[in-house]
Design a protein around this ligand. Sequence first.
Ligand code: NAD
Length: 483
Amino acid sequence: MVSRVIPVDVFDLVIFGGTGDLARRKILPGLYRRFLSGQMTSDSRIIGAARGELTDADFRKMVSDSIDEFVPKGRRDPAIIEAFLSRLHYVAIDAKGEGGWDNLKSLMRPNVVRAFYFSVAPSLFGDIAARLNTHGVADAQSRIVVEKPFGRDLASARALNAILAEQFAESQIYRIDHYLGKETVQNLMAVRFANILFEPLWKSEYIDHVQITVAETVSVEGRGAYYDKSGAMRDMVQNHMMQLLCLIAMEPPYHFDPDAVRDEKLKVIRALDPVRSEDIVRGQYLAGGGQGGYVAHSENVTSKTESYIALKVNVSNWRWKGTPFYLRTGKRLRARTSEIAITFKEPPHSIFDDAEGWRENVLVIRLQPDEGMNLMVMIKEPGPGGMRLMQVPLDMSFAEALGDEAEDIPDAYERLIMDVIRGNQTLFMRGDEVEAAWAWTDPIINAWEAKGDKPQGYDPGTSGPEDALMLMHRDARRWREIR
Ligand code: NAD
């Protein structure tokens, strides 16, 4: 199978925070891979803009080191790396001062796409947006890309939206959620909307429940002070998990078009019921495995911030009434895995005696570590021994079919940056979506804060607090194993 690479228009991409962790690990190695594939053409340029006084040569050396560290050896071609590095420039800039902006302006070319990636702390978004305009760096077609977190509650998200709206139109603002850039997440939409098989079953009549799991093995060590002000609900549920839930729950948009898709997602968020306190389990990892616990890592011995959360969420509309969505995410768990599992109901009547062999149909969309999609179906156990049933996975991902070319599948950041250049906002969150998500999240957080609710301790390397098991046992269901 040959995948087509269609080059994007010529661009000047400025990365504010171009020397930061995200730029070095994801954005710049990702752009190199797009250059290698031919999608970024050799007349495009990338300009790093950050606080340090670097020359172009220093910046190129930093990016060259990043490529060595974060791009697999087989994809590192010295001549192409050299050509890529020659497309890089650097401007020292202070987002809060006036120095450097005129240098940046003089680098901008007319008649090419201008994009500005704000890979800096959100407290700087407003300063950068304003100075891009006051110094005449941006033009009417320019796009800005903003990183998470987008606010920490409804009020701050509204304020941030208002600040950006003073400088740029909504059609120019790309709020990134890298979960939406994953190949399988888009494959989920293809499977739902390009086949007749699934959509008729895609409702509470046939779907028993949905589980969304984002499990991490890492702790918060090293960024505990930041994380302690956030917690799993703000860091994961309000954005990434909510977006995944929306893609599963939304109605078919009339077209695969940015506003049509985002309108449908917004309707889902607005249909979410408030979550009852008995449907929430919060946890904090304890010390173990030679490492300190959450309170040591956050340097806050009295911290009530959750490093784990499980929730039962109901979508109150015709399609989903009676089909709960169970969400869970946490740090220091047994394995690093992200998946969505859609469990179908039993057939209305069984004609087979082998009731024990029977399992539900489950559609598993795996985002991490290896992206893929499986549909668990029942077949006859092969061979003699009568009609015995067994469950087998139908592999619905195409990574294997692509063979070596699978390595050319862009990762989430690469794909999303190319979408910015193409001017396609479908996989980016609109301002009203983000606000609606906070409007649902705020009362949940406020309720536990008002009660002074303390998270339950859980041992590292497990699947989380005991009470989270009960959240599903109570409904005669079980979490899938984290592995
Ligand atoms: P970082 O601290 O590693 O880098 C910050 C960058 O901003 C540096 O290049 C620094 O020079 C620049 N900077 C700081 N103050 C500045 C100023 N006044 N003017 C101009 N430049 C300034 O941060 P990071 O981890 O790369 O994160 C960047 C953004 O991406 C943040 O919003 C973060 O929340 C988000 N993010 C990061 C990750 C990640 O994995 N690192 C993941 C998701 C989201």
